[in-house]
Design a binder for this molecule. Structure first.
Ligand code: CA
Ligand code: CA
Length: 295
């Protein structure tokens, strides 16, 4: 019995040392890296198939599974509506909300307004400058006479060309996680981060944090089976402490059920992780894909 234990221990050690030796090899062959990335990508892709299966609910245990110690899939099903629809900034209420969000990230109101109004000027079809915005004269002076597009953004990366976005990125390096160009244009309160909830609804920080805590369920973790999905706007209004007037102001900016689903699928092969995102919209008989990209 003791001998067996020693044998097993030695075998385990050999395996561990072997793995360490392998991962510590300098100048990993390019082809090996490519192979591992490819396998992690395949795992991530198979996560999409799991998520789209009609019997799978968000938070289902099947969405987190390992295949031996080396391979794993983790899938988060959420809503693209949790993000700020940047192409709606021509509506002043979205601009007020965005300034608020930037201020929550630590920017001063003036700098926040420059970025916000410049984003709006970028997409509005006129050449009239909002008081803190930027139209063609500004970009021409920077030798970029082709800007602004005067069209909706077609990628989040384009936002980096806009006056003031460098400051936003400095204060919030993860700013991309808060914006979308693919949602239905409403903030889905069942998926939004607490800062976005404060910014759009005007509720207090405490109420928004409490709201998110209720959503996450007893285990406190987002994307698990005990997550709470709000379906009653009256309940939301009460929990966020919004008066009738406050609620009426923003009622057509928010939703509880976005039409655009966001599936984030992470495949892990060994130490290598690859995350892919699939956005899809509900159609007559299932989901039709809207966009697919690496995260
Ligand atoms: Ca414009
Ligand atoms: Ca304008």
């Amino acid at each position: 019995m003791a001998l067996l234990l020693v044998l097993v221990t030695v075998m385990a050690l050999v395996l561990i040392i072997g793995t360490l030796w392998e991962t510590c090899q300098p100048g990993w062959e390019e082809s090996d890296l490519g192979r591992v990335r490819y396998k992690a990508g395949l795992l991530a892709e198979s996560g999409f198939a799991l998520a789209m299966h009609p019997d799978i609910e968000p938070g289902d245990v099947a969405l987190r599974q390992g295949f031996g110690p080396e391979q794993e899939i983790r899938v988060l099903i959420t809503s693209e509506g949790g993000r700020i629809p940047v192409n709606r900034l021509t509506d002043e209420r979205w601009r007020v909300a965005l300034v608020e969000l930037f201020v929550l990230w630590g920017m001063d109101a003036a700098t926040a307004s420059i970025a916000t109004e410049s984003l709006a000027d970028w997409i509005d079809d006129d050449n009239e400058v909002l008081s803190n915005g930027a139209e063609n004269a500004f970009y021409s002076s920077l030798d970029r006479p082709e800007f602004p597009a005067n069209l909706p953004f077609t990628s989040l990366e384009q936002m980096l060309f806009v006056q003031g976005m460098d400051e936003v990125a400095r204060f919030q390096p993860m700013w991309r996680n808060y914006f979308t160009i693919h949602s239905d244009g409403l903030l889905d309160l069942n998926a939004a981060e607490w800062e976005a909830i404060v910014a759009v609804t005007g509720t207090t920080q405490d109420s928004a944090l409490n709201f998110v805590a209720v959503r996450n369920g007893d285990d406190g973790i987002r994307g698990t089976i005990d997550d709470y999905q709000f379906i009653d706007m009256g309940e939301v209004q009460a929990l966020l402490g919004l008066s009738e007037n406050e609620y009426a102001e923003i009622a057509d900016l928010i939703s509880l059920d976005s039409t655009v689903i966001r599936i984030e699928s992470e495949g892990r092969y060994g130490d290598f992780k690859e995350t892919r995102v699939l956005l899809a919209t509900e159609s007559g008989n299932g989901w039709s894909p809207l966009a697919r990209f690496r995260n």
